[in-house]
Ligand binder design. Structure first.
Ligand SMILES: Nc1nc2c([nH]c(=O)n2[C@H]2C[C@H](O)[C@@H](COP(=O)(O)OP(=O)(O)OP(=O)(O)O)O2)c(=O)[nH]1
Length: 138
């Protein structure tokens, strides 16, 4: 059986908002919004891959929190797994793969045109974020 490669997406939270990133490439995905992240490299854990990708793509330091239950098919041979993550340092900038970023409150997550394959994870992330906001850590 062919191996399936994992793409790790980050539901990055800060101040009660979720970060969305607009892809600049490839042409079939450009202009659509996604959860920033990328492919797991050999020998890396998903959390390590996520922290590396978010550093490379956005210039920020993040702390993975938890994996959202589920796995979503992407192009053939790839699946998306999503972790929530907390912004630890830096202000995200579209350094690689993206041309625009925006922060969305849970009630406004549908304001951007997400890639179809990201929508279930985005809905889960928004619910998670709304729940966190109602019970902030002491
Ligand atoms: N990062 C990310 N990729 C997604 C999402 N949804 C989705 O269909 N994809 C697709 C786009 C790409 O075909 C693939 C991930 O590739 P990528 O280009 O982000 O990964 P990478 O940074 O590791 O890229 P590279 O090493 O191939 O340059 O998954 C998503 O939410 N986040």
């Amino acid at each position: 059986m062919a191996t399936v490669r994992v793409v790790v997406g980050g539901a990055v939270f800060d101040q009660g908002r979720l970060l969305a990133a607009r892809r600049s490439a490839p042409p079939e995905l450009a202009g659509r919004w996604e959860l920033p992240g990328g492919k797991l490299e050999p020998g890396e854990s998903a959390e390590q891959a996520l922290v590396r990708e978010l550093r490379e793509e956005l210039g920020v330091e993040t702390e993975p929190l938890e994996r959202l239950a589920g796995e979503w098919p992407l192009k053939p041979g790839y699946v998306l797994q999503v972790w929530t993550a907390r912004l630890v340092a830096g202000e995200p900038r579209p350094l690689q793969d993206h041309d625009e970023l925006c922060w969305l409150t849970p009630d406004r997550v549908d304001d951007v045109d997400w890639l179809e394959q990201d929508r279930p994870a985005v809905a889960l992330a928004a619910r998670r974020l709304a729940a966190m906001d109602q019970a902030p850590p002491r």
